[in-house]
Unconditional design. Structure first.
Length: 315
C-alpha cells in the first residue's frame, strides 16, 4: 500500500490554491463522470479496467486488475461520478508540491537565512492568534456586562426615588433610611467613560480590525520562530479562529517578508492608531494616553520572525 498523509485545512485560501493548481494542470475539474462497462468472463487471462480517481487530477491513473477468461455474454454498464472538495484539491496539490521538493521547511533560525520573498514554505507550531484583537474583544464584552449592571443599578435607584415621593409616609421613611447603593458610583463612572475619547477610540479600533480585508495572526514554532500570517477575511471568521485557538498546526504559504535583527511588526498596523506610530513603535507606547489598557505583553512580533501569505493552516 502506498504511504500517504491526509491534511485537514481549517483555513484555506481557495483562490490561491485553485490558481496554482490550474497552472500546474492546465485547469481544475471539480467533478468528473464516466461510464464503465463490465462483462462477465470465465476464469482465464488477466484483465485491467481503468477508473477515474484523484490521481487523474494530477496526471496519474488508477486501475483495477483481475483475471479475464472466456466471455459468457453478460454485460453491465455503470455510470460513475466523482466530486472534489476544496480540501481534496488541497491534498492533491500539497502532495504534488511535497514530492516535487518545492516546499522549504522552516524548522530552525538557520533556515530563515536561506529563504526570501516569494518562496513556498511550511512551518509548524502553536497558534497564538492576535493579542490586540483578543484584548479588544474581551474589553468589549466586559463593557457590555458593565452596561447591563449600570442599567440594573439605575433601575433600583429609580425605584428608591419613586418611594421617596410616595404619598405613604411609612414608604417615604423606609426609603430615606436605606443605605446608599454600593454600585451607584460605579454606574456613574461607567457612563462617564462611555462618553470619553478613550472609549470612542477603542470602538473605532475594533471596528477597523473587524472590517479589514485581512487579519494578522501569529504562529510560533518550538524553536522560537514567529510567523505573522496575513489571512484573508473571506476565509477567516470567528469559527475558524475558535478551531485554531491554542492548538498546534502547520502552515503552507508564500513568504512576503523576513525580519532582520532589530526589526518588528506591530499588530496594530491595521488601525489608524497603529499607522500613526513610527515603524517599530509599540502599540502600548502609541496609546500611553489610554489608561484603560493594561497589556501584559506588547503586541509586537520581533526577530526571529517571518511574514507569510498563507495558502492553508491545517492539521
Amino acid at each position: 500500500m502506498n504511504k500517504y498523509q491526509l491534511a485537514h485545512p481549517l483555513y484555506l485560501d481557495v483562490q490561491m490554491m485553485v490558481s496554482f493548481l490550474a497552472y500546474l494542470e492546465g485547469g481544475v475539474y471539480l467533478s468528473s463522470e464516466q461510464t464503465v462497462q463490465s462483462e462477465a468472463f470465465k476464469q482465464g487471462r488477466p484483465s485491467e479496467l481503468k477508473l477515474p480517481s484523484l490521481g487523474a487530477l494530477l496526471g496519474l491513473e488508477a486501475s483495477l486488475s483481475g483475471e479475464r477468461g472466456d466471455r459468457i455474454g453478460e454485460t453491465a454498464e455503470t455510470r460513475v461520478a466523482r466530486h472534489h472538495t476544496a480540501a481534496s484539491l488541497f491534498n492533491g496539490l500539497y502532495g504534488f508540491l511535497h514530492e516535487d521538493g518545492t516546499i522549504i521547511s522552516l524548522d530552525s533560525r538557520e533556515d530563515l537565512a536561506r529563504v526570501g520573498a516569494g518562496d513556498f514554505v511550511k512551518l509548524s507550531g502553536r497558534y497564538a492568534g492576535n493579542p490586540l484583537e483578543e484584548m479588544l474583544a474581551v474589553f468589549s464584552q466586559l463593557t457590555a456586562y458593565m452596561g447591563d449592571m449600570a442599567q440594573s443599578v439605575e433601575g433600583e435607584l429609580a425605584q428608591r426615588s419613586a418611594k421617596k415621593k410616595s404619598g405613604n409616609p411609612s414608604t417615604r421613611e423606609s426609603a430615606s433610611q436605606q443605605e446608599p447603593h454600593p454600585w451607584a458610583e460605579v454606574a456613574a463612572q461607567f457612563h462617564q467613560f462611555e462618553r470619553s475619547v478613550e472609549m470612542r477610540i477603542i470602538r473605532k479600533m475594533k471596528e477597523e480590525l473587524e472590517s479589514s480585508p485581512v487579519h494578522d495572526v501569529v504562529l510560533e514554532t518550538p524553536t522560537g520562530i514567529k510567523a505573522v500570517l496575513t489571512v484573508a477575511s473571506e476565509y477567516y471568521d470567528s469559527s475558524v479562529a475558535e478551531k485554531l485557538s491554542s492548538g498546534d498546526f502547520a502552515v503552507l504559504g508564500k513568504v512576503t517578508r523576513i525580519l532582520r535583527e532589530g526589526e518588528s511588526i506591530d499588530l496594530s498596523r491595521r488601525t489608524v492608531v497603529g499607522k500613526m506610530g513610527e515603524e517599530g513603535e509599540s502599540f502600548a507606547s502609541a496609546m500611553t494616553a489610554l489608561s484603560v489598557f493594561n497589556l501584559s505583553t506588547e503586541p509586537l512580533v520581533r526577530y526571529p520572525a517571518v511574514q507569510i501569505l498563507p495558502m492553508a493552516i491545517f492539521i
